[in-house]
Design a protein around this ligand. Structure first.
Ligand code: UD1
Length: 399
């Protein structure tokens, strides 16, 4: 991008946090967008952290926008996820450069995995000396590396800040709270997250609403998803349901998993059900010898193939945070098998419904109707990655 090129970032009725308006960048307001003037700036260095499957679609648009703005970027993969279908396939499909460093921490208890990340990441951070550590979402890799950076005085930017389930039995909730407390720049996907962070005492100057980076990837990927022809090749005809389950609360407790599977096999009597299963879920199904009847269980699928199945589905049944958002953006009804969600906007403005009574699942799913055209929340517009880079550059110049 030539020096001084203006990026028009549509952000209807929104204003950047006060700090972004005061330094280096000179935003010009119109009723529908904020225009930042971005100079190509090789002096700013970003170190991106990814580790687990949901991180990769979030990194892709931010890294692309960083390349366009000419910043120096390093990708560190912690190795939390390592199977081809959980990691390398995403890098290839989403056009993300291979990681510069892989910490290869692998699986383990939360303490062991977190400790390994902390220990292996410290020398990498000391060597790289970035201006910013950019962390995504709420996985163990996010929190562990934020701790290392905070202790070494490296500024932390958290993409997907401010989400709360208020359920500390979820490991992700602990990761969210700790990461947000340590972050210097809180980049939020929805305005409820701004309000949450302010209520928790964060400085409004550190909070910037950027929108949903994962939806950037979703919108950019729809043509390629359709081109896979995957749904048609599997006979998915629009009456089908897509299921994903991997949360410890659904999968690790044998009694709960049996109940969930019983409800799913009942649904499969009347509708095709595709269930690409996370490795931990597959393992539990095997160990417990659970029979899912006509439910079509498979290994985890590539991103484009899942998207092709989901975009044409009658409904999705899940416990994934990402799918709650993706179905909202697509207007596909979503039933989340959890008592709470850290993404309330998918319920208040989207297609998501929390289901705790499994006996109601069948009638809820049968009665589901799509939202056409979809009405995604503000900032879920395909430009969030650019806004992340704009915010990082604005806050870099403030120091
Ligand atoms: C992690 C994240 C969760 C995210 C999910 C997406 C945390 C606390 N959890 O959960 O927020 O929604 O990723 O998938 O960070 N395994 C493999 N191959 C792999 C990776 C994992 O077989 O490539 C198996 C291992 O048996 C491992 C288990 O899956 O013990 C769980 O993996 P782990 O990364 O600990 O947590 P996830 O359940 O994947």
């Amino acid at each position: 991008m030539p020096r001084g090129t203006a990026l028009a970032l549509p952000l209807e009725r929104l204003r950047p946090a006060p700090r972004a308006t005061r330094n280096g960048l000179k935003p010009q307001y119109s009723s529908r967008c904020v225009v930042f003037s971005l100079n190509v700036d090789h002096s700013v260095k970003l170190l991106h952290i990814v580790g687990a499957r949901p991180n990769f679609p979030k990194l892709a648009p931010v890294h692309r926008a960083g390349q366009a703005a000419g910043v120096t970027q390093v990708i560190v993969h912690t190795g939390q996820h390592y199977d081809e279908a959980m990691s390398a396939g995403f890098f290839r499909d989403l056009g993300i450069p291979a990681p510069d460093v892989n910490l290869a921490v692998g699986s383990g208890s939360h303490a062991a995995q977190t400790a390994r990340i902390i220990e292996r990441f410290e020398p990498v951070l000391l060597q790289e000396q970035p201006d910013w550590l950019v962390v995504y979402g709420d996985v163990n890799s996010t929190m562990a590396t934020a701790i290392v950076a905070a202790k070494l005085g490296v500024r932390v930017a958290h993409v997907e800040a401010g989400l709360r389930s208020y359920d500390r039995s979820m490991p992700e909730e602990i990761n969210r709270v700790v990461t947000d407390r340590l972050a210097d720049l809180l980049l939020t996907p929805s305005l409820d997250a701004n309000a949450t962070l302010v209520a928790e005492g964060e400085s409004p100057e550190a909070i910037v609403f950027v929108g949903n980076v994962m939806i950037d990837t979703l919108l950019a990927s729809l043509p390629r998803a359709e081109a896979t022809g995957y749904a048609a090749s599997r006979g998915a005809d629009g009456r089908h349901i897509v299921v994903t389950l991997h949360r410890p609360s659904n999968v690790d407790d044998p009694e709960r998993l049996r109940l969930v599977c019983h409800a799913l096999s009942a649904l499969a009597e009347t509708r095709p059900i595709f269930f690409p299963a996370h490795p931990r879920t597959q393992q539990q199904l095997r160990v417990l010898g659970i029979d899912l009847g006509q439910v079509m269980v498979s290994d985890p699928l590539p991103y484009f193939e899942v998207l092709d199945l989901v975009r044409g589905a009658h409904a999705v049944v899940t416990d994934s945070g990402g799918l709650q958002e993706e179905t909202t953006a697509l207007g596909v009804p979503c039933f989340t098998l959890r008592p709470n969600t850290e993404r309330p906007i998918t319920v208040t403005e989207g297609t998501n419904q929390l289901v705790s009574d499994l006996s109601a699942l069948r009638s809820l799913v049968e009665g589901a109707t799509p939202v056409r055209p979809p009405r995604p929340p503000q900032g879920w517009d395909g430009r969030a990655g650019e806004r992340v880079i704009a915010a990082l550059l604005a806050h870099s110049r403030a120091h």
